[in-house]
Design a protein around this ligand. Structure first.
Ligand code: ZN
Ligand code: ZN
Length: 275
């Protein structure tokens, strides 16, 4: 059994949506003599390129398929299916895990010298590599991070927090929570608004140092009543970076009324100025 790292650009292939919708994923297995291709029971990690720049998915190879066997259901997730024309065969992936951790980000890899100072592209495998090989060390780090995903997840409390506060709106709340955790929407929100809390102005980098610099929660502003089945999140107007303290307060009610961003900001300013 070997470990692999492959890359995907969400602008080419919407793996996030395919992961939710499909029972298995078909993946290019055009082999070169050098890498011998993806083999049964190999474990595959997927690195999502900019702006997310994180390893987020773990799969297991459970079979192979011919070019003609590529499922129609997966084609819809490609922006441009002509990319599939040159592919000769596929490996079939079973879904194992999806995580969102700062220890699996490009920033972290670079800080810890786990990769050279370059973009991550193409395919890497630890097959036949010595224990001190840089790629084996890198893939072992990724393997270990997936093993401990439940303990170290960056956003462990949001789901419980929200579900306990809105028991009757549970279904929609789970949906809203999903927007707040959606890596693509999160990345775009942070790209637009930065990582400073929009309520209290705190910055994790300023408070705790550079290791904390990409940490922030993302709050979904649109109210539950406005969420219909066709709703699409707009990262600029519907999402806001907030620290976990302010985030918790945004999900709290004031005399039975859901807290609004402007109201909380006002309360924060009033309280700060009265000190
Ligand atoms: Zn805050
Ligand atoms: Zn929120």
């Amino acid at each position: 059994m070997a470990n692999w790292l492959v890359t995907v650009d969400f602008d080419d292939f919407e793996l996030d949506k395919a992961f939710e919708a499909l029972p298995v994923i078909y993946w290019k297995n055009s082999t070169t003599n050098k890498d011998k291709g993806l083999q049964l029971n190999d474990i595959v990690y997927v690195y999502v390129t900019k702006p997310i720049s994180k390893v987020m998915y773990q799969f297991k190879v459970i079979g192979h398929a011919e070019k003609s066997e590529y499922p129609l259901a997966q084609k819809v997730f490609w922006k441009d299916t002509t990319q599939l024309d040159s592919i000769k065969g596929y490996a079939i992936f079973e879904k194992l895990n999806k995580v969102d951790k700062s220890t699996l980000s490009f920033e972290y890899f670079r800080q810890e010298n786990l990769i050279p100072d370059a973009p991550i592209q193409g395919r890497r495998t630890d097959r036949d590599k010595a224990s001190n090989d840089p790629i084996r060390i890198f893939l072992t780090h990724i393997f270990n991070e997936f093993k401990t995903e439940n303990v170290n997840s960056d956003y462990p409390d949001e789901a419980n927090l929200e579900n306990s506060l809105f028991p009757e709106g549970a279904k929609k709340t789970v949906q809203v929570n999903r927007y707040e955790r959606n890596p693509e929407a999160r990345a775009k929100c942070i790209e637009i608004h930065g990582t400073r809390c929009k309520i209290c102005e705190m910055s994790f980098a300023e408070t705790y140092g550079t290791f904390a610099k990409d940490f922030i929660h993302v709050h979904h502003i649109t109210s539950l009543s406005e969420i219909s089945d066709s709703y699409e999140v707009n990262p600029e107007t519907d999402l806001l970076p907030v620290c976990p303290n302010c985030h918790a307060m945004l999900h709290r009610q004031e005399n039975g009324i859901p807290m609004k961003v402007d109201r909380l900001k006002l309360l924060f300013e009033v309280s700060k100025n009265s000190k």
